[in-house]
Design a protein around this ligand. Structure first.
Ligand SMILES: [Zn+2]
Length: 148
């Protein structure tokens, strides 16, 4: 595909679409949620940590994390650049602390939270299983019928 020239309205539309679509990992999660029939909102800034996907009513949130930026423990993508190593360690440390804070805050208000790592996306079945764990348990949260 050729990129339309700058100033061409087609180009503006294309760039907007790219921004809205997000990363390949986010697209995969969006497709998995849609195919399972789950309604969601994207980049929910009103919730701690601005989850990538969330449903306030159902009280679940999903973060899609890049293994490098969020330093996926034990993952081969979670490398630390040798140049400016101290800088990167600080930066990654701050990212991880922020992630942990968001997780605690969301759980504190009763949300079920899943973190989907970029490297897990390739395995569609594992992804679906992981998502269903937080999404399917919604039945438990339904108000109990009152017996008189
Ligand atoms: Zn990973």
């Amino acid at each position: 595909m050729r990129l339309p020239k700058p100033g061409d309205p087609k180009r503006r539309a294309l760039m907007a679409r790219v921004r809205q679509q997000g990363t390949a990992a986010e697209l995969t999660v969006a497709a998995a949620l849609r195919s399972a029939g789950h309604a969601y909102r994207l980049n929910v800034r009103s919730l701690p940590g601005s989850p990538d996907f969330a449903n306030r009513k159902r009280k679940w949130a999903i973060f899609v994390h890049g293994c490098f930026w969020h330093q996926h423990t034990g993952c081969k993508r979670a490398t630390i650049p040798k140049a400016n190593e101290a800088f990167w360690r600080d930066k990654f440390g701050a990212n991880r602390r922020r992630d942990a804070r968001a997780l605690r805050a969301l759980r504190g208000v009763g949300f079920r939270v899943a973190i989907v790592w970029e490297c897990e996306i390739a395995d569609g079945e594992a992804l679906a299983a992981r998502l269903s764990k937080i999404l399917e348990s919604r039945r438990v949260d339904m108000p109990k019928p009152v017996d008189h």
